[in-house]
Design a protein around this ligand. Structure first.
Ligand code: NDP
Ligand code: MG
Length: 356
């Protein structure tokens, strides 16, 4: 069973007298910085000017500075920059300030696990990865709750890396919900697998396959949209708060019987075999290598695939229907991620193969 830490296992005093640099005031950065400050800790924010995030940091009462300056001032450095930008910024602005006694922290293990960042031995390196978006990290903290997180220690030079990591998790509110002990390898590989096979990639294909099946047979796209996309949220909300059995007990008997007898015809042995292949590509470093190479080339495939998706009927129908339900859009008022628009970066592609 997983080891799970809670508020009582962590001491905020571990971070008293230490300055924490939050590098990047994006989706995660804002949540971490505000929660840590509200927990009484000393936070300096690094955010490049010229975008909405800089203004947001200023509005929130921070005086954003450069990555190099924040790293010079801080003992704990949390890297919340875009994953693909991290290696280059690390080399130029972070590494020169990594003196003995400091700690380098991440919210996702990709760059450490796939050797794009290789920190000096004399510092602590840990991971606090919230299992939820940054807006929720902030919102739940303000409500007295928190988003659960994973904790992992990659290097423990000081002998207190885990203590520091747990105090950090407490500072952002994660220890109220539970902080699960893991490794960089497990966090990175399960995170990539989850987003590819289930959460983002798998869910998109399930929704679209259902939508297209109905539309092909002449059903109205608007009806298909409500059925296969809109209602999915209501089901996922039930699964989230009550578990899968809780969901089954709250849908009609007919839905229960039909779903239970038909669902496994959708996820077949072939689908499971493909899931295992996707996982293997993550474990052997093939996915990381492909993504890094794609970034180096200026992301041509990625951009084309995204643009193609914009033109799908489900987007056109959805935009029209959601415009009539403004409360839905407001509910998740969070800027879209900038993943598609960032410039490619130089990376350490030779060393990408995972450690296993
Ligand atoms: P975002 O893209 O939302 O934020 C990154 C921020 O870094 C932006 O504000 C960006 O500025 C800023 N930045 C980029 N370059 C510089 C620079 N040279 N100097 C100063 N600031 C800079 O990233 P996320 O919050 O999504 O991701 C951060 C980390 O958290 C990643 O490792 C990710 O894997 C991890 N994570 C993310 C989750 C999420 O919910 N999104 C969940 C769990 C982990 P600008 O606006 O100008 O681009
Ligand atoms: Mg993820």
């Amino acid at each position: 069973m997983a080891k799970i830490y809670y508020d009582n296992d962590a001491d905020l005093n571990t971070l008293k007298g230490k300055r924490i640099a939050i590098l990047g005031y994006g989706i995660q950065g804002r949540g971490h910085a505000l929660n840590l400050r509200d927990s009484g800790l000393d936070v300096v924010v690094a955010q490049r000017p010229g975008g909405v995030h800089y203004d947001e940091a200023v509005e929130d009462g921070f005086q954003p500075t450069s990555v190099a300056e924040a790293c010079a001032q801080a003992q704990i450095i949390m890297v919340l920059l875009q994953d693909t930008l991290q290696p280059e910024i690390y080399r130029t602005a972070i590494l020169p300030h990594l003196k003995k006694g400091k700690a380098l922290a991440f919210a996702h293990g990709f760059n450490i696990h796939f050797h794009q960042i290789e920190p000096p031995k004399e510092i602590d390196v840990f991971l606090i990865a919230p299992k939820g978006p940054g807006a929720l990290v902030r919102q739940l903290y303000q409500q007295g709750g928190g988003v659960p997180a994973l904790v992992a220690v990659y290097q423990d030079a000081s002998g207190s890396a885990k203590k520091i990591a747990l105090a950090y998790a407490k500072g952002i509110g994660a220890a109220r919900a539970g902080v699960l002990e893991t490794t960089f390898a497990e966090e990175t590989e399960t995170d990539l697998f989850g987003e590819q096979a289930v959460l983002c990639g798998g869910a998109e294909q399930l929704i679209k396959a259902g939508f297209e099946t109905l539309v092909e047979k002449g059903y109205q796209p608007e009806v298909a949209y409500f059925e296969c996309l809109h209602e999915l949220k209501l089901i996922v909300d039930l699964v989230y708060s009550k578990g899968i059995q809780g969901m089954w007990s709250r849908v009609s008997e007919t839905a229960r019987y039909g779903g239970i007898t038909r669902g496994d015809r959708i996820i077949t042995g072939e689908t499971r075999a493909e899931m295992r292949r996707i996982l293997a590509e993550i474990q052997n470093g093939q996915f990381a290598k492909e993504w890094i190479t794609e970034c180096q080339a200026g992301r041509p495939v990625f951009k084309a695939l995204l643009a193609q998706r914009d033109r799908h009927l489900i987007e056109l129908v959805g935009a029209k229907l959601r415009a009539m339900m403004p409360w839905i859009t407001k509910q998740d008022a969070q800027k879209p991620t900038a993943i598609q628009t960032k410039a490619p970066v130089k990376t350490n592609s030779k060393k990408v193969a995972s450690k296993r």
